[in-house]
Design a protein around this ligand. Structure first.
Ligand SMILES: [Ca+2]
Length: 340
């Protein structure tokens, strides 16, 4: 059987458990309100608490993600935990922390969320945590949360520190919601970067009871492509901070022309992958809920039989199928005028 046919068959077998959902965690992202920039800032209590875990500096998308998270009035970025990636200079998490700080240096922020370096290496064993200040920060931040009011933990790099938090304190799973950019696509799994950089960590995540939402390479490549000119147009009115963000995109295109051509079919476009996590938090994605798969060492999914899935009602995964990119870019433009 051709691989394509095989995949189609698997897709049919693993039909979504529930109907397509429209997520709307923050109504202010979708409903125009009065006030500056046409928006009314939400009260502090209404803001969604978020911790970003990131391999900032490995690509250019983490920087855009971090900027939008830090400036969005709907969100309260509690802190940033940095992680490893093979292209970051050793110690990788310290390099990612330095690049994250550079992003804050360029933004009109009144207060800066803390940046903490997490693990610079992947797990060596899926039963053994790698404890560090980043893991402890994740655990501390989660403690005031509950199943009814979960801390959003974004995974936009290797999941090492999130996995270590789960291994050290299994109740972490009851206080957080994990939103990740990763995997090639559903239902195969596979991955070129974030999951690949710590497969064991992802096995820990999928074996936990924490709710998980994934934005994969397929949907981000389709919906979050940004062209050379579009990046500059987006931030044209936003002075030095806007120029800084647009130049990050341009520098990536200039440095990685061959890769851009290979991934997108053009040397002048690149997907801002990790921003799918922000889109989700702003209620700008749609997704499907499936029975949660297991992850093999070769990064392929093993899907549970339907009967088993029915028995384990809680074991699901939410897979993002569409991103409202126009609304996401509009929001990004608007918040660049904010001082937060
Ligand atoms: Ca990343």
């Amino acid at each position: 059987m051709m691989l394509k046919q095989k995949r189609l068959l698997v897709a049919n077998l693993i039909a979504p458990l529930l109907i397509t959902l429209v997520f709307g965690t923050t109504s202010s992202a979708q409903t125009p309100k009065t006030g500056r920039n046409g928006r009314r800032p939400p009260t502090p209590a209404a803001r969604r608490a978020v911790v970003l875990t990131t391999d900032c500096g490995a690509d250019m998308d983490d920087q855009w993600t971090l900027a939008q998270l830090a400036l969005a009035p709907e969100l309260e970025l509690r802190g940033v935990v940095t992680t490893h990636a093979p292209s970051l200079a050793a110690p990788a998490a310290d390099t990612a922390a330095r690049v994250s700080k550079e992003v804050f240096d360029h933004l009109p922020l009144k207060t800066r969320p803390p940046i903490i370096a997490g693990s610079s290496v992947p797990l060596t064993d899926k039963t053994r945590a790698l404890d560090n200040r980043g893991v402890q920060f994740l655990l501390e931040q989660s403690r005031i949360h509950s199943p009814a009011r979960r801390l959003a933990v974004l995974v936009t790099g290797a999941a090492t520190d999130v996995a270590s938090a789960l291994l050290i304190e299994p109740h972490f799973a009851d206080r957080v919601e994990i939103i990740a950019m990763g995997f090639e696509g559903w239902p195969v799994g596979d991955d070129p970067w974030n999951v690949k950089n710590d497969v064991r960590a992802w096995q820990v995540l999928l074996e936990s009871r924490a709710p998980i939402t994934v934005g994969d390479a397929a949907v981000t490549k389709r919906d979050l492509l940004i062209g050379r000119r579009q990046a500059h147009e987006l931030f044209a009115e936003h002075g030095l901070p806007g120029r800084y963000l647009a130049d990050l995109h341009t520098a990536w295109l200039d440095k990685e022309a061959e890769l851009c051509q290979k991934v997108t079919g053009s040397p002048d476009t690149w997907p801002v992958w990790d921003q799918v996590t922000v889109a989700y938090l702003l209620g700008l994605t749609r997704g499907k809920i499936y029975p949660r798969p297991a992850l093999r060492d070769d990064m392929r999914f093993t899907h549970p039989a339907r009967t088993e899935a029915t028995k384990r009602k809680a074991a699901t995964i939410t897979w993002i199928t569409a991103i409202q990119s126009d609304a996401l870019w509009k929001h990004f433009k608007q918040v660049m005028s904010n001082k937060k």
